[in-house]
Design a protein around this ligand. Structure first.
Ligand code: NDP
Length: 448
């Protein structure tokens, strides 16, 4: 049996009730097979893959808090410190009822490679709780966040482990957690990212994932002989990533003709009006039907069961920015039939495996989320740098660093794919490029 298959089998045996973790390990190791085979003897002797799939440390703890009726509630908190070979652990805190150890490990494992790809000194980690913030009062959210941080603060710090937001953890939760950390530990340091601007947050963090997606897409197109100017783009979603991806695409001279939300989608033949989109989604927090009602050039389509709508619109570039598995094989076929030349993932895992394979087989340029949406975590790392310096950089300074990072990411994965005979396969390139740096650091630091 090959070394990769042995390690996959070991992971399933050692972590029997963690299917998401098995899936993530399988996906990453499968795409690394060619690198592992080229170094098999050395990697086996050093048990490199066994060390890579075993978190350095993991914490599971009780989070008791009192609800508005005076009832005590108990949730479970997690922090998995997966790999610190290239820097302090970095990764978000997910607050969602579906959270369990397997999900946190799957996210933490993926984070190692994404963080490595940014070229910045950040290791991989992830955490969270099965707490559901939906429908809770402000006081209940604060009570939970304070109790969660009372335990978590023992294991994190600006130079050891720096959590960030994720699903369910926004600016409000980060604020409450930061306040409690400071109160217990008595230090004012950049222990969390995604902070408000008045207490150490970074300018351009809000825009970073969407802008970064376009910087990478632009570079990918240029290197393949295309110009983004004048291209028609379909975007899905209308949240943080989608809004700023749309804005940057239009700034670069493309025309974005669609956006969507969980109830429907909009086709705007004149190009999406970003100011109106922000007003509807960020200010009024309304449905997209309100966008169409205010804009004569726009059509609104109610979402039908099993259909993803936006991908049936003719476009040159598709940017899925909503949610996981939102672009399936039928959608990929429609895109190819309509002459689409590039797909870049703003969301995490929006394209199904079959759809990715179909797009690649039909010569559509495909940038995986691990690379294409890394602008968010990269800018979090820039927030850490500003906190260490006790300085705040201007918007332009952060934005220009973000652009450099995204351009470098593209070249790293392009080079890695070429070196291993998979030219143009940016999925393989992303995993290899992320892996190589971590392996190099792990080897240099000895058996730890
Ligand atoms: P938001 O919650 O701001 O926006 C999500 C958008 O997707 C909303 O418009 C939502 O619609 C829409 N949506 C949700 N489910 C569906 C569905 N089934 N069909 C169509 N639209 C849907 O999230 P973000 O923009 O922050 O994140 C989007 C994706 O990007 C996620 O996968 C996230 O993990 C990933 N990501 C985000 C980063 C960030 O910095 N924000 C960084 C890296 C990755 P509605 O308005 O109806 O809820």
């Amino acid at each position: 049996m090959s070394y990769v298959d042995e390690v996959i089998e070991l992971v399933v045996k050692k972590n029997p009730s963690e299917p998401e973790f098995h899936q993530a390990v399988k996906e990453v190791l499968e795409s690394l097979r060619v690198v592992v085979e080229a170094n098999e003897e050395k990697f086996r002797r050093e048990a490199l893959l066994e060390r890579l799939v075993e978190p350095e440390r993991q914490f599971k703890f009780r989070v008791p808090w009192v609800d508005d009726k005076g009832q005590v509630q108990v949730n479970t908190g997690y922090r998995v410190q997966f790999n610190s070979a290239i820097g302090p652990y970095k990764g978000g805190l997910r607050l969602h009822p579906s959270v369990n150890l397997g999900i946190i490990k799957f996210l933490g494992f993926e984070q190692i490679f994404k963080n490595s790809l940014t070229g910045l000194p950040i290791g991989g980690g992830k955490g969270g709780s099965d707490f559901d913030p939906k429908g809770k009062s402000d006081r209940e959210i604060m009570a939970f966040c304070q109790s969660f941080m009372t335990e978590l603060c023992k294991y994190i710090g600006a130079d050891t482990d720096v959590p960030a937001g994720d699903i369910g953890t926004g600016a409000r939760e980060i604020g409450y957690m930061f306040g409690q950390y400071k109160r217990i530990r008595g230090v004012y340091e950049g222990v969390l990212t995604g902070k408000g601007l008045s207490y150490g947050g970074s300018l351009a963090r809000t825009e970073a994932t969407g802008y970064g997606l376009l910087y990478l897409t632009d570079e990918m197109l240029k290197c393949n002989g295309h110009d983004i100017k004048g291209k028609t783009v379909c975007v899905s979603g209308s949240g943080n990533v989608a809004i700023y991806a749309t804005q940057k695409a239009q700034e670069l001279g493309a025309k974005v003709v669609t956006v969507s939300d969980s109830t429907g989608w909009v086709y705007d033949k004149d190009g999406i009006d970003v100011a109106l989109l922000k007003e509807v989604k960020e200010v009024k927090r309304a449905r997209l039907s309100e966008y169409a009602a205010a804009r004569p050039s726009a059509e609104y389509h109610e979402k039908k069961n099993g259909e993803h709508g936006v991908w049936t619109v003719k476009c040159d570039i598709a940017l899925p920015c909503a949610t996981q598995n939102e672009l399936d094989l039928d959608d990929a076929k429609a895109l190819v039939a309509n002459g689409c030349i590039a797909v870049a993932e703003g969301a995490n895992m929006p394209t199904t495996l079959e759809a990715t394979e179909y797009l690649q087989a039909n010569k559509v340029l495909f940038a995986p989320g691990k690379a294409a949406n890394a602008g968010g975590v990269a800018t979090s790392a820039l927030e850490m740098s500003q906190n260490s310096e006790r300085l705040s950089w201007s918007f332009e300074e952060v934005d220009s660093k973000l652009k450099n990072i995204m351009v470098n990411i593209f070249h790293n994965l392009d080079d890695a794919a070429k070196r291993y005979g998979a030219e143009g396969n940016y999925v393989v390139g992303a995993n290899i490029a992320g892996f190589e740096k971590v392996v190099d650091a792990m080897t240099a630091q000895g058996i730890v």
